[in-house]
Design a protein around this ligand. Structure first.
Ligand code: ZN
Length: 410
């Protein structure tokens, strides 16, 4: 298939299956200028589906970098009125929000971290109506990717820029199943598979999971009472289903922060704040990391684990089969949207309130008492291998195979 044809299929997929744009709806697109060809096709697809208007806000990493380097901190502490009016206004109108991610993992290396931190904080304060509207399921949103030359070169350093970009496109198309004859049908099937597995896991209410593989992983994690597994897509309050992340493969829950015993070995390198941590292991006792080691990036791992007490405990356990397009490619994308979907992973750090029944209506103290971890960190690392086995046990000791040979056992 010609590249243009694939790109159009991809645009259609993220607008129809991702955002699931409805007649009369406004679509807001946030994209880097390098993604203009994709954005034009996405706009065309949205209008084709009856969108009232497509509004695009362009960005450029080179300009953002200049601002970080030269603008004073005070310019990041205050958000101009137009910015909050844009987000809050369109959210109130019921718009869909599509973001195209092309980030160069090294674009902001060496930037004073106070500046991006101040900006995030200021935006969250003045755009609260926007974020609340998204959190409460009033607006649909989707994050999808498009290569930028810098990102592509990071993923394929040995290739020319042109070749690297083309290889990254190919990988993205594969990851989101845009290379299948009917991508929308493939995602419909994907959705059914998510729902079936989540339902089964939530009904089982496992008390603990035992992970084992030939790398040496032998770890039992405890699951909180009334935990919920989640993943796949979501539904807005008007009952329209959408996929906030494209791709997505993971089904995840938050384990009990005080119940993990044994050792886990990393299966893929972890890129943390620009440094690669590789071939590392973590030893747990009563949920706490009591020892660790790494062949590469030991100091960075140590700094991460010493972020705060919560960074010594688990906040997420995610199940991803090796029989998935991203796993099968075996590429390190340097982008969470892809890498967290590459293999079964844990996150050390903050847990998810939505992974506890009634969690979204609970206080932080209540969630902590139920076993949810809290931390300033939330960092995923991959542990899944083709020989990973996970066995679940209920409170009364009944045994259920969850993963065998790196794949779903049911
Ligand atoms: Zn995850």
């Amino acid at each position: 298939m010609q590249f243009e044809e694939m790109l159009a299929k991809y645009a259609e997929l993220i607008v129809r299956s991702g955002i699931n744009i409805q007649k009369g709806q406004v679509l807001c697109i946030n994209a880097p200028i390098s993604a203009a060809p994709l954005v034009r096709l996405a706009a065309k697809s949205a209008y084709g589906a009856g969108a009232a208007e497509v509004v695009v806000r362009w960005s450029d990493e080179a300009l953002s970098r200049l601002k970080y380097d030269y603008a004073p901190l005070s310019r990041f502490e205050e958000v101009p009125e137009w910015f909050s009016a844009y987000n809050n206004g369109y959210a109130a109108e019921g718009a869909g929000f599509l973001s195209i991610d092309s980030a160069d993992p090294d674009a902001f290396a060496g930037v004073d971290p106070k500046k991006p931190a101040a900006w995030v904080k200021a935006v969250h304060a003045v755009c609260k109506p926007f974020y609340d509207s998204l959190d409460l399921g009033k607006n649909r949103w989707c994050i999808a990717a498009a290569p930028s030359p810098a990102w592509a070169k990071k993923v394929f350093p040995g290739e020319t820029e042109e070749k690297a970009v083309s290889l990254l496109w190919e990988a993205i198309f594969k990851a989101v199943r845009a290379n299948t004859p009917d991508p929308a049908a493939a995602w419909e099937e994907h959705r059914r598979s998510f729902q079936q597995k989540i339902e089964r896991l939530n009904t089982l209410q496992l008390d603990r999971l035992h992970y084992r593989n030939s790398l040496g992983t032998d770890l039992i994690i405890g699951m909180p009472e009334n935990h919920l597994w989640a993943g796949g897509g979501a539904e807005t309050t008007d009952g329209v289903y959408y996929f906030p992340n494209m791709p997505t493969e993971e089904i995840f829950a938050s384990p009990d922060k005080d119940r993990a015993d044994g050792i886990v070995y990393s299966a893929l390198p972890l890129n943390y704040q620009g440094t690669l941590i590789d071939r590392f292991w973590l030893k747990f006792e009563k949920g706490r990391i009591v020892d660790f080691g790494a062949e590469k990036g030991y100091d960075t791992l140590k700094a991460l684990i010493e972020t705060d007490e919560g960074a010594r405990h688990l906040g997420e356990a995610a199940l991803i089969p090796t029989k998935s397009p991203i796993s099968e490619m075996g590429i390190l994308f340097y982008n969470t949207l892809f890498d967290e979907n590459a293999s079964c992973h844990f996150a050390i750090g903050k847990g998810f309130p939505e992974c506890f029944r009634g969690g979204l209506e609970s206080t932080e103290e209540e969630l902590k008492a139920r076993g949810m971890n809290d931390s300033a960190a939330h960092v995923d690392f991959m542990l899944g291998t083709p020989d990973l086995s996970i066995t679940g046990y209920t409170k009364d000791g009944a045994e259920f195979p969850i993963f065998r040979n790196g794949n779903w056992a049911f």
